[in-house]
Design a protein around this ligand. Sequence first.
Ligand code: 5GP
Ligand code: MN
Ligand code: MN
Length: 482
Amino acid sequence: DGITLHKVRDYVWEIPQDESEGMRAPARVLASETLLDEISDDMSLQQLKNATHLPGIQKYALAMPDAHQGYGFPVGGVGATDAENGCISPGAVGFDINCGVRMMKTNLRYEDVRGREEELVEALFENVPTGLGAGGIFEGSVADVNRILQGGVEWALAEDWAVPEDLAHCEDEGKRPDAEPSKVPEEAKQRGRKQVGSLGSGNHFLEVQRVTDVFREDVAREFGLVEDQVVVLIHCGSRGLGHQTCQDYVRDIEKRHSGFVDQLPDRDLAAAPAGSQLAEDYYGAMCACINFAWVNRQLIMHRTRQVFEDVFDRDWEAMEMDLLYDVAHNIAKKEVHEVNGKEKELFVHRKGATRAFPAGRPELPAAYRDVGQPVIIPGSMGAGSYVLRGGENSLSETFGSTAHGAGRTMSRTQAKQDYWGGDVQTDLREQQHVYVKAQSGATIAEEAPGVYKDVDEVVRVSDALGIGDKVARTFPVCNIKG
Ligand code: 5GP
Ligand code: MN
Ligand code: MN
């Protein structure tokens, strides 16, 4: 309503900059006609337009093909701001700081798990904490939390929750060196103390999958993926710790930078001016929460290895349960990108968007420097998920980013009216041979496959634009959630 888009070329749509309205850049939506229709159905386009008001925004605010409305800034949104003269916005990172996914490989074939799904899903559900207030795999003191916030997966390695290869196959080797644990609120640390190694509720899940398709043989070989292989996908974030941190900083920013925030069309975009104390503090705190989330996913992966050892009666090393990669999809990072022919340091906000760096970027681990990083895109518990590799065009088009999922088309409230968890669960088992176990039926209804966009279409657009290239597709075998 009232937002006009013009087509730049196939899959690229632009909201032109209107300076009289206060837009500091145009906005772009990367989508097919079908996806654009769905994206236009909620507040995403308005939120994307609002994001162009962020001081120091570079080139254009971007919506990925899976975009849907979020808090202030769309989920599936990318916004890069000048790290020196721009701003940083907690709303453009999201409440679940470093929500993300990791994929662990195995050398098991689908026939090794077929017929044993129930046993496997029960064992996983029994051993991996899910839901609200379930506790964590590790529960420690605030001092422990501080060590986790500082060290990330290095802490996990020192405490025998990880092997060195796990660090080498995690974005940023599982540690943001800019972390400032002292800037994370005390209350957040208290909440995090008992949640290290826990999935949480709602959208978070652990899913055993099988590889159904390989699209780029050469890249799949580098990634160690073959058809029929069993893999495990883990999706969760920084739990109450990240949420509390985001909430406290949004409140402080609104208080201490009210003039700055008042210039923005939506208070939920609340941003702190680059260089201010609060911007620095938030960045340090956010980086610490990022480390916490990586440790969270690491402990869950470690526990999953033990569950597989019990169920299949072999060592995890013998089952080659190695981490393919761990990618963050709620994050802001200082990165250097070329803007108008000049290298510039930016805060790249990716909220419900995944880094998709192509071959050559120095940030990539040695294993992927020559092929591009693995990008992991979950679909739903009744549809495929994808492994992509960072595309050559991502740096010029999207500040090195692509989608993070299929993206919702239906609100949680609507989903609970349209679906009943028990029915969804039965249909998945009987029609698709997918075994789901959750703490609550409402969660299954909220996450029913029908609430999501078509992941095949999202990935097709990413591939066609050359920002993230299709490597392999997977399909769920069994799934646990909160
Ligand atoms: P978000 O981080 O935005 O909550 O979710 C990321 C994506 O995960 C969603 O857009 C959706 O496509 C996907 N997703 C949600 N639930 C499931 C699930 O149970 N299994 C799989 N494979 N993907 C899911
Ligand atoms: Mn999350
Ligand atoms: Mn997520």
